[in-house]
Design a protein around this ligand. Structure first.
Ligand code: ZN
Length: 155
């Protein structure tokens, strides 16, 4: 008894699709960790650290990649979810850990612990802002690619 041909008989197998997807996701994640374009990984997402003069320079991505044309910032409010979901939650978790550590290892007064913790939370939030946006750009491109990558390029 012959079975009906699979709809994917002439295309990639499920394993090949899975390997390609994992490889692509890993590449996007690696590029985001290095704060580079998620598509080509050749150009930075933000102004270089030695050229940062304001918080705006620190937190605002460049317009797009000159190599592949990938736009980093698509519309107003694009990064709102990234800032709240990643940067804010990470800052709260760091603040919680700092406060617990201060409570266990020091005899500081409540106001001292709270003041120090809030300072650490603001500082860590500002530090994590670039990576929050970079990971959001990479995740958005992974789930909903706005430009097609070249088929002949590396994975
Ligand atoms: Zn690029």
């Amino acid at each position: 008894m012959d079975s009906a041909p699979s709809p994917r008989s002439n295309s990639e197998s499920g394993l090949q699709i899975c390997v390609r997807t994992i490889s692509k996701g890993s590449r996007f994640l690696g590029n985001a960790t290095l704060l580079r374009c998620p598509v080509c990984g050749k150009h930075p997402l933000f102004v270089e650290i030695n050229r940062v003069k304001t918080l705006y320079d620190w937190s605002t991505p460049l317009d797009g990649c000159p190599q592949c044309g990938f736009p980093y910032d698509r519309e107003a409010g694009y990064f709102l979810f990234a800032v709240w979901s990643f940067s804010y939650i990470a800052s709260v978790m760091i603040g919680f850990a700092v406060y617990l550590s201060l409570s266990v290892f020091t005899s500081w007064a409540f106001t001292g612990k709270l003041s120090f913790t809030i300072g650490v939370m603001f500082f860590s939030g500002a530090l994590l802002l670039r990576h929050a946006k970079a990971y959001f750009i990479a995740l958005d491109h992974f789930l909903d690619p706005h430009i097609q990558e070249k088929k002949t390029g590396s994975l």
